[in-house]
Design a protein around this ligand. Structure first.
Ligand SMILES: [Zn+2]
Length: 267
């Protein structure tokens, strides 16, 4: 009888954990269309360069990965509405860095918040001194949250040649964080024992930035973490240019994100 009670209690506990897990992690609350709408495809063709360069088969895989993301991750507007187009830009930003990893899920992410404008370190989007366009939450209430300024997110996709895209930038941070450490060293480099060459490369590229001899975003000189993110933006937006100007960095990016994008673009 005692064993039965214990087993029953354990069963109830597991059920509870499962219900909480489902409600917190697995549902976005947004009704995702089961067939990918044609006007969504048109929007992606117009806004997301990465998608335009894919084969028909890979486009379909991109679309279904977007659907899965939208089913799982809640997107909430703070003082701003969230349109389907906003959702598509958030989801595209998320899918691009992990497209070569079909089994990948952002399991540390529960929710994306959209703010109406740039924000401050105090999460104020109305006062003075607001410079932040995107942020991966660490610790406390925002531990599983990514925040974007909605106009900045759009700007990243409106201009597809300036090597800046805050959407991709923040999701590269999450890609980096997946192994438990946000440190500019994704797990794949550790598996391939390629950490030391990567650190040397960051050092030499950062020196070039500091001495003003580089077209890399100077923000990359702040830390290894930011270097990986700005290099990711460059790679996904201008792969051919990155290969021309920084062949070694291009090679590192292609191996981190497991895709020879420049080759794809040339074909
Ligand atoms: Zn960053």
């Amino acid at each position: 009888m005692k064993t039965f009670t214990l087993l029953f209690a354990a069963f109830l506990l597991m059920l509870l954990v499962w219900v909480i897990y489902r409600s917190k992690v697995k549902k976005s609350g947004y009704e995702v269309p089961s067939a990918f709408p044609t006007h969504w495809q048109k929007f992606l063709l117009n806004k997301v360069y990465f998608y335009t360069a894919l084969s028909a088969k890979e486009k379909a895989r991109f679309e279904s990965t977007i659907q899965q993301f939208l089913k799982r991750i809640r997107i909430t507007g703070i003082d701003t509405e969230v349109t389907d187009e906003d959702r598509l830009l958030v989801a595209s930003s998320a899918v691009i860095p992990i497209f070569a990893f079909p089994k990948w899920e952002y399991d540390t992410l529960y929710e994306v918040l959209l703010y109406p404008d740039l924000f401050s370190e105090e999460f104020d989007f109305k006062g003075h001194d607001r410079e932040i366009s995107g942020l991966v939450g660490t610790g406390g209430a925002i531990d599983h949250v990514v925040i974007f300024s909605k106009p900045a997110l759009w700007m990243g996709f409106d201009n597809q040649s300036d090597k800046h895209n805050v959407g991709i930038h923040e999701f590269v941070h999450l890609f980096d964080k997946q192994d438990g450490d946000l440190d500019g060293i994704p797990a794949i480099l550790m598996e391939n024992q390629a950490v030391l060459p990567w650190l040397h490369l960051i050092k030499s590229k950062t020196d070039d930035i500091i001495s003003g001899k580089s077209d890399l975003n100077p923000y990359g000189a702040v830390s290894k973490v930011e270097f990986l993110a700005i290099a990711g933006e460059y790679f996904f937006e201008r792969p051919v240019l990155l290969q021309e100007k920084h062949p070694e960095l291009y090679k590192a990016m292609a191996s981190i994100f497991q895709v020879d994008l420049a080759e794809q673009r040339k074909n």
